[in-house]
Design a protein around this ligand. Structure first.
Ligand SMILES: Cc1ncc(COP(=O)(O)O)c(C=O)c1O
Length: 394
C-alpha cells in the first residue's frame, strides 16, 4: 500500500483518548501542549482484519477465562517463516503480557540477586531499570559510534563478561534507539562470545517487522541455521508493528528445554500474565491479513524519514541511520549544548521527544524522535524544530 493511501485510511486523532503520548506529557515535560513525538506507538488504526476480528469478539459480549485459539501459533509462525525465514516450533512458544514484563521475569528466572547482567548503551531504558530494580549488577558495554553509524564492541564485551562474571545479556535487535538492524555476521560474533562465556542472551526483537532501510532481518533463532538456539530466549510482540501495545499480548520463545522448564516453573510461581484474549484475537488477524497494511506503514515511515533528512540537511545536527524501528536518533550537539537541550526542545521547539540521556552512556545531547505518525505531524515538527534552531542562542 502506498503511504498516501495508508495515511488517508488509517490516521487517527489520539488526543483526549487517554493516550500516554498525547495526554500524558505533563509528568515528563511539564505541559500537555507539545507536539508529541516520543512514546513508541503510532497514530494509526490497526489493520482492518484486526478491527473486524475484535468487533466480532466484542459482539459476542462475554469475556470469561479463555484459552488461545488453535490458529494463533500457525498465523505467527507463518508470518515469521515467510517474511524472515525464522522457524518456530509450538513447544518453544509461550504467551506473555508485555515484553518488559517478560524481560523482568527472565532476569529473575535465569540469574540470582547480585549477578551481573550486561546491556549495550545507549539502549531502551527499561532494560537498565529491570536489571537495577531486580537487584542485579548492571554491566554496560558502550556501542561504538562512527558518525551516526553504531557497531557493537565484541572484544571489549568479552573482556567485561569475563572480569565481571556476566550471566545474562539483554540484546535489543533491532536496536532502539540507534536504529541498527544487526547483520548475521555481527550476531554470529556476539553469540559466539556469549556461548564461550556461558552468558545467556535474551533478545528483544519487538521492532523486527519495522525494516525501514534494511532489507533483511536475522533473528537470534536463525543465526548460523539455529546453531546458538540453546543459548537464547527471543521476545517479540505485535504491539509495535500493529499499534497494539495496550492489548497486552506478547511472545516468549525458548528453544532450550531446560531453560523453558525453569521459566515455566517461575511463571507458575508468580502467576504471571499469559497474554490477553483481545490481544490474541487482534494479533492473529493482523498476522493473517496485515501484510499490505504493514507495507503502508513502512512506506509512511520512509517518507517521513526522507522529510526529516531533507529539512535538516542544511543544519549541523546529525540525523541517524534508520535501518530499522520508527525511532530516529538525532545528534543535537553540533548546535545545542546538552545542558540546554531539554529547555530547547520543550520551550523553543515545543516538541516532546525522548531525551538521549535517558538511554544511558553515549546518549546525552541526542534526541529520539518517533516517525510513526502522519506526514503532517512530521512536517509540523520540522517547522518547529528548524525555527527553533534558526533562533537558538546559547
Ligand atoms: C526495545 C523495546 N522493547 C520493549 C518495548 C515495550 O514493549 P512492551 O510494551 O510489550 O513492554 C519497547 C517500546 O518502546 C521497546 O522499544
Amino acid at each position: 500500500m502506498k503511504a498516501k493511501d495508508f495515511v488517508e485510511r488509517f490516521a487517527v486523532e489520539r488526543k483526549n483518548t487517554h493516550a500516554v503520548k498525547w495526554d500524558g506529557m505533563v509528568e515528563k515535560f511539564g505541559n500537555n501542549d507539545l507536539l508529541p513525538m516520543w512514546v513508541a506507538d503510532t497514530e494509526f488504526k490497526v489493520p482492518p482484519a484486526a478491527t473486524t476480528a475484535l468487533e466480532q469478539r466484542i459482539q459476542h459480549g462475554a469475556y470469561g477465562y479463555s484459552i488461545p485459539s488453535d490458529g494463533y501459533f500457525e498465523a505467527y509462525a507463518n508470518w515469521q517463516r515467510k517474511r524472515y525465514g525464522t522457524e518456530l516450533h509450538p513447544e518453544w512458544f509461550r504467551f506473555g503480557g508485555s515484553v518488559v514484563e517478560s524481560i523482568s521475569t527472565l532476569v529473575q528466572t535465569l540469574t540470582m540477586p547480585g549477578d551481573a547482567v550486561m546491556v549495550m548503551e545507549p539502549v531502551y531504558y527499561p532494560f537498565m531499570n529491570v536489571v537495577e530494580k531486580n537487584n542485579r549488577q548492571l554491566v554496560v558495554s558502550e556501542l561504538q559510534r562512527n558518525g551516526m553509524h553504531y557497531t557493537m564492541d565484541p572484544i571489549a564485551m568479552q573482556h567485561e563478561m569475563n572480569i565481571r562474571n556476566v550471566k545474562l545479556l539483554l540484546l535489543c535487535s533491532p536496536h532502539n534507539p540507534v536504529g541498527r538492524v544487526w547483520r548475521e555476521e555481527e550476531l554470529t560474533q556476539l553469540l559466539d562470545i556469549c556461548r564461550m562465556q556461558n552468558v545467556i542472551v535474551v533478545a528483544d526483537e519487538i521492532h523486527h517487522d519495522l525494516l525501514v532501510e534494511a532489507d533483511k532481518f536475522t533473528s537470534v533463532l536463525s543465526v548460523q541455521d539455529g546453531f546458538y538456539r540453546d543459548n537464547v530466549v527471543m521476545l517479540d510482540s505485535p504491539s509495535k508493528t500493529f499499534n497494539m501495545a495496550a492489548l497486552q499480548n506478547s511472545h516468549v520463545v525458548i528453544p532450550n528445554p531446560q531453560l523453558r522448564e525453569r521459566y515455566d516453573a517461575y511463571v507458575d510461581q508468580l502467576h504471571a500474565s499469559k497474554g490477553s484474549l483481545l490481544g490474541q484475537v487482534a494479533a492473529q488477524a493482523a498476522y493473517e491479513d496485515g501484510a499490505d497494511w504493514l507495507d503502508g506503514l513502512l512506506n509512511t515511515i520512509r517518507e517521513n524519514y526522507a522529510t526529516v533528512k531533507d529539512e535538516l540537511a542544511d543544519y549541523r545536527v546529525r540525523v541517524g541511520e534508520l535501518e530499522g524501528t520508527y525511532l530516529l536518533w538525532i545528534d543535537m550537539r553540533p548546535t545545542v549544548d546538552p545542558v540546554n537541550l531539554e529547555r530547547f526542545m520543550i520551550r523553543q521547539a515545543q516538541i516532546a521527544v525522548d531525551f538521549g540521556k535517558w538511554f544511558g552512556v553515549g546518549g546525552d545531547g541526542f534526541i529520539r524522535m518517533n516517525l510513526a505518525t502522519t506526514p503532517a505531524n512530521v512536517k509540523r515538527a520540522m517547522k518547529q524544530l528548524t525555527a527553533a534552531l534558526d533562533t537558538y542562542e546559547e
